[in-house]
Design a protein. Structure first.
Length: 269
């Protein structure tokens, strides 16, 4: 047995990437993790008898520095989502070129307060968390005032709380259809679909999580079947994250929002 000083275990270099900072290339890099996520999406789509091209990857960038976001964009990501307006605004300069070139869409995926509407309109191409007509009306007014109608309308989704948990935002499933129909008729907003955050797999059974996703699909199908003005564009189902994207894809997700599987665990606040 070698003495301590003769240990064959190499010493960790004093400089170089820390454990918290993934390498730019190779295993563990954002690019490599993205490849794994894309494989998961393709496999889940295949298992559900769906075309993998029907499922878009939104990379959830909350708490990630601009550098990590840029690595994701370099690896082909064309849709990112931010939860907090403050972060959205802080990272906007880093992605401005891509955005201006039409090579990137940025969605707000966190709850939006009315006093932050201007900041979202300046930096995001879409909002996935509409949960009241009041908010929708306020955004619509702002878009109209800024001349953002027709092709330049803001993409919006109605967020639905399919789990009934008090802690989750979103409108109740029973009220989602009426809200969506009203939103679809507002100028300056383009209703593109519906978004939900599924029940947590730690505390809910798989079939319960799936039932929530199926509920969102039913809401969308009902709204589209109404043929009400502006509902023909409401095709998207934004559902599924790192832990449950397979279940969401099995239930028809067209956008999965993935953070942890792309960047690694977020530091706990
Ligand atoms: C953080 C977040 C995600 C991504 O969650 P992961 O489990 O890290 O993949 C998706 N949607 C919303 C609304 C989020 O806040």
């Amino acid at each position: 047995m070698p003495a301590e000083s003769q240990s064959s275990t190499p010493q960790r270099p004093a400089t170089g990437p820390s454990a918290a900072e993934p390498p730019a290339t190779g295993p563990g890099s954002v690019a490599a993790r993205l490849a794994v996520v894309r494989d998961r999406i393709a496999a889940a789509a295949g298992a559900a008898g769906r075309d993998p091209g029907e499922v878009r990857l939104l990379v959830a960038t909350k708490t990630q520095p601009p550098q990590a976001v840029l690595e994701a964009l370099a690896a082909g990501v064309d849709l990112i989502g931010e939860n907090r307006v403050q972060e959205l605004v802080a990272k906007a300069p880093a992605v401005a070129d891509r955005l201006a070139a039409g090579a990137l869409e940025v969605h707000m995926i966190g709850h939006l307060q009315r006093n932050k509407i201007n900041q979202v309109l300046a930096t995001a191409t879409g909002l996935e968390t509409l949960d009241s007509l009041d908010l929708a009306q306020a955004i619509s007014d702002r878009c109209v005032r800024d001349g953002r109608t027709g092709d330049r309308a803001l993409d919006v989704m109605v967020q639905v709380n399919v789990t009934g948990e008090e802690s989750k935002s979103g409108v109740e499933p029973d009220a989602a259809g009426a809200l969506a129909t009203a939103v679809a008729a507002l100028p300056g907003l383009r209703l593109t679909g519906f978004m939900t955050i599924g029940a947590h797999l730690d505390s809910a059974a798989e079939h319960t999580v799936r039932a929530g996703f199926a509920r969102l699909r039913a809401v969308r199908d009902e709204v589209r079947a109404s043929s009400a003005q502006g509902t023909e564009t409401a095709t998207e189902l934004s559902m599924g994250m790192t832990g449950d994207l397979e279940l969401a894809i099995a239930e028809g997700a067209t956008i999965v929002r993935v953070g942890t599987a792309v960047f690694g665990r977020r530091p706990t606040p």
